[in-house]
Ligand binder design. Structure first.
Ligand SMILES: Nc1ncnc2c1ncn2[C@@H]1O[C@H](COP(=O)(O)OP(=O)(O)OP(=O)(O)O)[C@@H](O)[C@H]1O
Length: 325
């Protein structure tokens, strides 16, 4: 890998695509997609099921040919030089991309062969040592715990030192400690210049990303640094505490201006896009039976809940996406 260090101001983007379009049959799946991704970024793609996240990511990385649009990835043209890009991309799919009936070493060796790695044996041995699995090299991958399978899958898709890593809901079904360890590893790869694109439905994956793109019906609706997402979404938030949170939650859910209520430990966060209406609703409760209300800044969590609850499943028929015959 040619490490250019973490995201740097002024450096050319690793991915720069314009007006990407893709149809499957008469269905417009990706519609005029533009994006620029800096080197070393961890870019999260959020959106409902079937909204076009995977299709978009695959086009940006030369894994799928767009019907329209242009762009570069890692300095190569996404249409004409797709094979150059593919050789520099690691792809970890939703299900562990492992052969359960092959040993740990055989799994790593298989990937090294696929990428025609020079000094394959040496590379695999090094990966086993890095993983801390050298003494278990002959163990079948299928017998590993979920967390270890995930670490092995990551090591396998990084065996050829790719500059770009694609992750599809990478920590689905993995326990919290393994998730934390996994994200620490991803952060360290990004710090060394690997650019990471993550497609996810999960809040705890989204909060690990330093950039977020929100996609619905094949269109990018929001794109920005994670810290800017709450203000882009335009939500206001109040914190409410009191002796009976359940009753408060029920009262707030029906109040005008309150678009969502979420519990954070021993307090509630009520959020909405019409600040005046929201403030009137929560302030009406302030001071009643030990209830205390204060304004707070909207976090990525609230913004995420707002985005994901506002959007329905995009697999549902949407006549507006049909291409006229
Ligand atoms: N090879 C294909 N042939 C036909 N239709 C496809 C193909 N791949 C994807 N689609 C359709 O394109 C739409 C977008 O799919 P895509 O997998 O990109 O969405 P997604 O946002 O990644 O969904 P999910 O979150 O469920 O993985 C869906 O309606 C899907 O059924």
């Amino acid at each position: 890998m040619t490490s250019a260090g973490p995201e740097g101001a002024g450096a050319p983007p690793v991915i720069d695509v314009r007006n990407l379009t893709k149809r499957f049959g008469d269905k417009l799946v990706v519609d005029g997609f533009d994006m620029s991704v800096p080197r070393g970024a961890i870019y999260g793609f959020l959106g409902p099921n079937g909204s076009g996240k995977t299709t978009t990511i695959r086009m940006m990385c030369g894994l799928l040919t767009p019907d329209g649009g242009t762009g570069k990835c890692l300095g190569y043209d996404i249409v004409r030089q797709a094979s150059e890009i593919k050789a520099r991309v690691g792809y970890m799919t939703q299900r562990f991309s492992l052969y359960e009936d092959l040993s740990i070493r055989e799994n790593l060796d298989f990937m090294a062969r696929m990428y025609r790695m020079p000094k394959r044996r040496q590379r695999v041995t090094l990966a086993l040592e890095d993983l801390g699995l050298a003494d278990r090299a002959k163990q079948l991958a299928g017998t590993l715990s979920g967390g270890w399978k995930q670490r092995l899958a990551l090591a396998a898709c990084m065996i050829h030192d790719p500059e770009l890593l694609l992750l599809d809901e990478p920590t689905a079904g993995v326990d919290p400690k393994a998730r934390r360890d996994f994200w620490r590893e991803i952060r360290s790869l990004a710090d060394n210049g690997v650019t990471v694109l993550v497609s996810t439905h999960y809040m705890d994956e989204a909060v690990q990303c330093d950039h977020i793109a929100y996609i619905a019906y094949g269109r990018k609706l929001i794109d920005g640094a994670s810290r800017e997402i709450p203000s882009i979404v335009g939500l206001s938030t109040f914190e409410i505490s009191g002796p009976d949170l359940r009753a408060l939650e029920e009262a707030l859910e029906d109040a005008p201006g309150v678009e969502q209520v979420a519990r954070f430990g021993s307090v509630l966060h009520a959020s909405g896009t019409d600040k005046a209406q929201l403030a009137a609703a929560v302030k009406a409760l302030d001071g009643q039976d030990g209830v205390h209300v204060s304004e707070r800044s909207t976090g990525l969590e609230e913004a995420f809940i707002h985005l994901m609850t506002g959007a329905s499943d995009n697999y549902a028929a949407d006549p507006s996406r049909k291409v006229p015959s």
